[in-house]
Design a protein around this ligand. Sequence first.
Ligand code: SF4
Length: 685
Amino acid sequence: QMSETVPEKVTRTVCTYCGVGCNLNVATKGEEIISITSPYDAEANLGHTCLKGRYAFKFYNHPDRLRSPMIKRNGHFEEVSWEEAYSFIVESLKKILAHDGPDAIAGISSARTPNEENYLMQKFMRAVIGTNNIDCCARVCHSPTALGMQRAFGTGAATNSIEDLAYTDCILVIGANPTVAHPVTGARIKQRMMKGVTGIVIDPRKIELAKFAKYHLQLRPGTNVALLNMMLYYIISEELEDRDFIGTRTEGYDEMKTEILKLDIDELERITGVDKNLVREASIAYATATAAMEFHGLGVTEQLQGTFTVQLIADLAMITGNIGKKGSGVNPLRGQNNVQGAADMGCQPHQGAGYLDVTDPEINESYNLFYGRVIPAHIGYKIPEMFDAAISGKLKALWLIGEDVVQTDPNTQKVMKALDSLDLLIVQELFMTETARHATVILPGTSFLEKEGTFTNGERRIQRVQKVVQPLEGTKTDGQIIVDIMNLMGYPQPDYTADGMLQEISQIVPFFAGVKWTELGNSGKQWPVAPDGTDTKLLHTEKFNRGLGKFTFIDFKESNEVEKHGKDYPYIITTNRELEHYNCGAMTRRTGNVEILTEDVLLINPDDAAREKIMDGDFVCVESPRGKVDIKARITDEMKPGILSSTFHFPEVMLNIITSDEHCSEAMCPEYKVVSCRIRKSKGK
Ligand code: SF4
């Protein structure tokens, strides 16, 4: 993909894919992008990128890019002018507002767009439409992290910085595969383990880090709570708890301890499938480390007990005093580049910009004053509730920015039914995705290379996204589209600039008080940023946001999916990611990465393959209570017997046809990680 052309300009910006937030130097000649490298002074990535970031440009002017708004008429999309598309949208929204009221309209914002555009989208829904029906893809990834950490600490964000890896002597990785999904951070973790830092990997799969970790606790999917309870049990029974920290900084410890000591450790061993002696050794290693650092991903959150698991991770950190000091902490590996930011900016139905509770009368009043409109004081729909409301006829319109919910949300048939039940589906996209095919109106948005704003990475680092090239002809930046429609709906909103939007955001989001576009510098600032511009690398040093950290006892509960269907569907399939592609693959499938990895495959243990008479490369029909897919088998001992795994990067398989809409009991995050299924050799499609 490298070009011989000599560049004229290099623009520094931030990667559009994962939450590591790598800084990229994008070299251009005119409007042609020539190459991507990385600056060495970038604190987030120290000159490194992964395969995704390094080639994150071929998609931007791919022939498949949408270059004109379209309206579906008689089942076919017709290209229309921006004016016509806007008029159609505004008239339709006004009609629905008059007939069905504001709560018949909802929005899903994009965690791939900058903070400023996310802020505008939630402002549009709340101040212009008058509903809290706004959500983002955090719902299907880290909503349990935000909720679980808010319950324990009062703040739902990473407690430390990635640079803390240099100061830790124990790294616990649970439900995450960083060398694939967060490769630059994954490489830093791997380097530390190779240099002798004790690694503990809790994962059903033998991921790459499991080879470098001292302990691999290969549990059955859906049993994180049981495993973490075993760790708490051993730390307490071996008297390894940090009594000073517990006494001065926390509450609820004695109640939790009493319940933990009542647990039957042999029963937990049976539930998890992990040798209790190995768990004991790993627990002792974690508790006796000078500083132990935790990382977790979607293998924690995308389960029935996702939020509870996050609370237990917090318990583990607090019981050993691994909070508020360098080299320790609880550090969610955020998936999308700006999923932290989308939630920070209020793209959630229960919390507005800055995590302010929409139901609190005082906060609500301050919102009303700030926006000059009455913001409803009741919580809006979460994404799964939007789909239910669409099917039941309560929700009439949905505006979706940069989310391919058909390919990536669970239970594809249900998602399609919901979208097809709407009177108005606005899809703002780069490409004709599986979701865009269901739209009433398509608006061609722009990629990260054609716009400015800020992304907030997984360590709360707000970094500048700078425009590399002009928006492709026929497209508009996502922020300007929202501004245009706000004005047409009668709400005066100045034209989009990152600087202007940040000035507004800094007035309403307390932890953005000192964030100024011109002062973010090359490596950005980590929130909270005080009014004088001072940022924060390490949270909870003196006290927690909620005062005292809160211990909670959580009992294990078997997944509803396994309870209901485990007998007839004896295998469990979990979803995963591959290095070369990003989620639905709309971007990475339009770069050279597609030549390296061309399809989704099913990972299957050799014993299971032999029993089912499946050879490597055979097609396998994977069937769940929702439907079936045909997929090629790859036999590997990375998987435990009885456990399967696959990706959903390609629409040819559409793995989410089989995933379930069971979800985390607290945060409604879908249970992608525990899906009951059965398998048989097939002939393919
Ligand atoms: Fe960095 Fe993630 Fe982009 Fe790779 S995908 S370059 S690790 S931000």
